[in-house]
Design a protein around this ligand. Structure first.
Ligand SMILES: Nc1ncnc2c1ncn2[C@@H]1O[C@H](COP(=O)(O)OP(=O)(O)O)[C@@H](O)[C@H]1O
Ligand SMILES: [Mg+2]
Length: 258
């Protein structure tokens, strides 16, 4: 059971020690990584993905799992199952139905109550996606938003991966707040890389990257959580206007209060 991930700082691009010497991510926590292009976000994620040990990469970082170096665990083969990924450009290319895809995955994961679990997965998918998804839908026909909703649902109830990496799901056409809540409830460690302020403020903590190094560790403040509420509210309004116009509505004065 993965309860805690610890990242021990190494060096930045110039070889200077990182400002953040150590940080911990607990299960059930959402953690964001921010910083301009080239600041080292992908490097940090890849260090975490590889569970590097003893300065194996240029960053010189080490990762501990439940306070122990990853090398102490004898899970060479299963290591890759620790991390599941949901990313922006997620479209399926396999030509099977949603139902068969989910059934296939429950079989691979040796899940017993298959029917119950895939029902739950479809239910979550539909809580997150803008447009309804049916068991009989073909994967290749799903929109980007529907595909991501299905991946999040799959990660929540079928994939056993304790760490979930969410890469750039802005404008993803899914209910992101709900998605994060569902995943948190499953006790997953959630890493988010994004430039989207709403998603960033949904995180419990964020690491600010600079020049290849972990420059700052920030715990999302009460003020920021207040701002998050306004942002979510605002997004809801935009989404309502979008639906209204899509369905043939004509905007008149004071139709919508922004
Ligand atoms: N701590 C580091 N030490 C040395 N090189 C680094 C470090 N972090 C990142 N780099 C290098 O800097 C470049 C940009 O980093 P990258 O992680 O791709 O940035 P980002 O994802 O934020 O755009 C890459 O070539 C990467 O290997
Ligand atoms: Mg990158």
């Amino acid at each position: 059971m993965l309860e805690k991930l610890t990242i021990i700082g190494g060096n930045d691009k110039e070889g200077n020690p990182e400002n953040v010497k150590l940080f911990e991510i607990d299960a059930g926590m959402v953690f964001a990584i921010v910083g301009p292009t080239g600041s080292g976000k992908t490097q940090l994620i890849s260090d975490i993905e590889q569970f590097i040990d003893d300065s194996e990469t240029i960053s010189g970082r080490s990762i501990l799992i439940n306070n122990h170096p990853a090398s102490e665990f004898n899970f060479n083969k299963s290591l890759r199952y620790l991390i599941a990924e949901v990313s922006q450009n997620m479209n399926f290319v396999i030509d099977i139905t949603v139902e068969n895809f989910l059934l296939m995955h429950t079989k691979v994961r040796e899940i017993e109550n298959q029917k119950e679990i895939i029902d739950e997965a479809l239910k979550i998918t539909n809580e997150l996606a803008g447009e309804p998804v049916y068991f009989s839908d073909n994967l290749t026909k799903l929109s980007g938003g529907q595909s991501r909703a299905l991946m999040v649902a799959d990660a929540a109830v079928i994939s056993k991966a304790p760490i979930l990496l969410i890469d750039e799901i802005e404008n993803a056409g899914i209910n992101r707040l709900k998605a994060l809540e569902i995943l948190k409830k499953q006790g997953k460690i959630i890493l988010v890389i994004t430039h989207d302020p709403t998603l960033l403020l949904m995180a419990d903590k964020r690491i600010v990257m600079k020049n290849g190094g972990m420059n700052k560790l920030h715990i999302t403040s009460t003020e920021e959580k207040e701002l998050l509420k306004s942002l979510v509210n605002f997004e809801e309004k935009i989404s309502n206007i979008r639906d209204y116009i899509r369905n043939g509505g004509i905007i008149k004065e004071k139709n919508f209060d922004i």
